[in-house]
Design a protein around this ligand. Sequence first.
Ligand code: FMN
Length: 232
Amino acid sequence: MNLLEAMEERHAVRDYTDEPLTADQIAALKTAIGEANAAHGLNIQLIHDVPDAFGGCPTHYGRFRNVRNLIALIGRDEADGTADLDERAGHAGELLALTAVTLGLDTSWVVLHETDAHDGKWTLGEGERMPAAIALGHGTRPGRPHRSKPADELAAVEQGTYADSPAWFRHGIEAAMLAPSALGKQPFRFTLLADGHTVKAEALEGVQAEIGLGIAKLHFELAAADADFVWA
Ligand SMILES: Cc1cc2nc3c(=O)[nH]c(=O)nc-3n(C[C@H](O)[C@H](O)[C@H](O)COP(=O)(O)O)c2cc1C
């Protein structure tokens, strides 16, 4: 399974069996995490095979059961505010979630509260925070597809119509339609500018919208990889 197929296969799963991750899965995830940390200046950590990977932290919402493995998306806000930590965590985290799916694992994004106050096995360095995390493992049952916003709500074009826009833009939007977001609200929009190759990606008003923007941009980039588009 490649990453584009993993986008179709990925659905939030919140209830897991006791089956541990294999040594190969752990090694592959650690390699991908090392690459993500280097690329985005993050301190992402894998917690695996513990009885409660949330470490007693409350979740923002949702009922999870038997989460034994977690990708803790940790980093530092840039002093100059240029590269938003939430957006970087979204982008890096979704690549890791899709990688986990290619390894045969189920996943769910989750926002944990009080991450410095409970018994989590992650380490928060000076000035670091954890905007979100990804639960992973073997689901007790398969996830189901969820409704996404239609393409014409997620996309805008400055010139012409969406239907007549380049194939790479429409492929990017179709991939963004599969992007997970808090409460499934997908608060983001992609606009193809009049020059025909610059795309403006914006977070709209909504819960954890900047994380969702990073996730959606990753989906768009994977699907439009062959086009020579640039982000505005
Ligand atoms: C940034 C972010 C935060 C999320 N936080 C939670 C959460 O706290 N609790 C939860 O149960 N699900 C959480 N989710 C999972 C979403 O509810 C889920 O991705 C969405 O409903 C779409 O379903 P799908 O992932 O199956 O496509 C979160 C997802 C994202 C992207």
